[in-house]
Design a protein. Structure first.
Length: 246
């Protein structure tokens, strides 16, 4: 897949030919026009360093392109701070994008386990009902909620459409709102739940969103600052990462 992606981009750059009157953004979009039917361009913006522009693709990938559109870089860009620390500028940009994408979702389409008492922080979790570490994380839900952390679950059936897990998750998300938390917890415990389906199910759209955001496995935790944390993490460690002090 990556080889095909590079081939498409290379062909797009070779076909670059725009007039001097076009804006830089229009010129870059024109240079990468071959991508439009393969991986649409979402945005073109100044990069956080001189000489290059940041192009965000619908796939979530970022390209760094020169003003002429004749050369590009695919990868992560770091900035060296005065104290010697390295800041991943590419990841910082992705954090903002994740926050914006999650903000477009209807909370009614999430399975939410609210904080107990004051809500001190929240996190969004792309989950699969069958994976071992997803279940291990859910076993700590009471402790996580007691720390004042709200957990917002989104569906990510790893085996994709038509899989047994996808069918189970459809049955959860298609249930009456008052029954969803109980059925979710039952499924996490390996119990059988009533089979349901509905046209309004957000399961596969959430799965696709996770893929765009860089989720490759479950659980995948998106912290409230947009940081993507792959894998299971104990409640105490989660609280520390979220800045929650008990």
């Amino acid at each position: 897949m990556q080889k095909i992606f590079f081939t498409i981009v290379a062909m797009a750059l070779l076909s670059f030919n725009v007039s001097a009157d076009e804006s830089k953004e229009a010129a870059i979009r024109s240079a990468l026009s071959a991508l439009s039917s393969q991986v649409p361009i979402v945005a073109v913006a100044d990069a956080q360093f001189p000489g290059l522009y940041e192009v965000t693709l619908a796939s979530g990938e970022k390209l760094y392109v020169n003003e002429a559109g004749s050369h590009f870089i695919v990868g992560e860009v770091y900035k060296v701070q005065p104290d010697g620390r390295l800041v991943n500028l590419t990841e910082e940009g992705k954090k903002t994008g994740r926050i914006e994408q999650l903000a477009t979702l209807d909370p009614q389409d999430m399975i939410i386990f609210p904080a107990i008492g004051e809500t001190k922080a929240h996190m969004t979790v792309f989950t699969d009902t069958d994976c071992f570490y997803c279940r291990k994380l859910h076993q700590e839900m009471a402790k996580i909620n007691q720390k004042g952390i709200e957990v917002r679950y989104l569906a990510f059936p790893r085996a994709g459409a038509g899989s047994k897990t996808e069918q189970v998750m459809q049955s959860i998300w298609c249930a009456d709102k008052k029954d969803q938390l109980e059925r979710f917890t039952q499924a996490k415990a390996g119990q059988t739940i009533p089979s349901l389906s509905c046209e309004s199910s957000p399961v596969m759209s959430q799965y696709e969103l996770g893929q765009k955001m860089g989720v490759t496995g479950t659980p995948a935790l998106v912290l409230q600052d947009g940081t993507l944390v792959p894998g299971y993490m104990p409640a105490d460690q989660l609280a520390k990462m979220l800045g929650v002090v008990n």
